[in-house]
Ligand binder design. Structure first.
Ligand code: ACO
Length: 191
């Protein structure tokens, strides 16, 4: 996704980690001009994600990021748009307190890291960008995919998890979250 400004100037690294502060490295601290450009990249990718998932409204925007304790990993292609770079996609994660059912149907209270939104621009899907982003997040958060929960995953995302992380055996839940077999290892049953 191209923008009428230099993406490489706003996001120096290939993958940028953003949180509530909406600061990308030292450079954007105290720079409202850079922060507003950053916000428009997040907003446009957030809109494209909701369209791709046929959601009634975006679940990712700069404003929402500033008011929640989420992490957003944003990936760019530095070479496109005549060297100005382009936004490729993002992955948003956050901790959520969930009541889940284990394999025996017993209630478990947990606060796992959850994938909340994940999007790679249409023309670049199936090029390995999603995997690069996801692996980066796993490294940064020091977590295993089986220990995470997935909020309303799309068919493409389910296929992605099966292909790259062999996650196929999900445990049925009564909410919108999907968790896999390995999630319940070493977790005790609550009341
Ligand atoms: N149809 C089916 N499976 C797909 C598709 C597709 N169009 N695109 C990606 N995948 C899955 C497949 O398993 C594929 O492997 P294959 O080509 O051998 O079948 C694998 O992902 C490819 O891996 P990457 O190239 O690393 O993935 P990609 O860069 O495409 O990112 C993502 C995956 C984020 C799911 C992307 O396809 C996308 O943005 N889809 C549209 C939005 C979406 O559904 N996001 C998930 C929302 S759910 C949530 O966030 C909790």
């Amino acid at each position: 996704m191209e923008f009428p400004f230099d993406i490489n100037n706003i996001f120096p690294e290939k993958i940028t980690i953003l949180d509530q502060t909406l600061v990308s490295g030292d450079k954007s601290t105290g720079r409202p001009d850079l922060q507003s450009k950053m916000a428009s990249v997040i907003d446009e990718l957030g809109k494209a994600s909701s369209k791709a998932q046929q959601l009634p409204a975006p679940i990712t925007s700069a404003c929402k990021l500033q008011s929640n304790r989420h992490y957003l990993y944003l990936i760019k292609d530095e070479t496109s748009n005549g060297g100005h770079g382009a936004g490729v996609g993002f992955l948003k994660v956050g901790y959520k307190k969930l009541f889940l059912l284990n394999q025996r149907g017993a209630h478990i209270e947990a606060e796992p890291l959850c994938v909340l939104d994940f999007y790679i621009t249409e023309s670049l899907q199936r090029h390995g960008y999603g995997l690069e982003l996801f692996d980066f997040m796993l490294q940064h958060k020091q977590v295993e995919p089986a220990l995470m929960a997935y909020d309303r995953p799309s068919a493409k995302f389910l296929s992605f998890l099966a292909k790259h992380y062999c996650l196929t055996q999900s445990v049925p839940q009564v909410n919108n979250f999907v968790v896999y077999d390995g999630f319940f290892l070493n977790k005790s049953v609550g009341q």
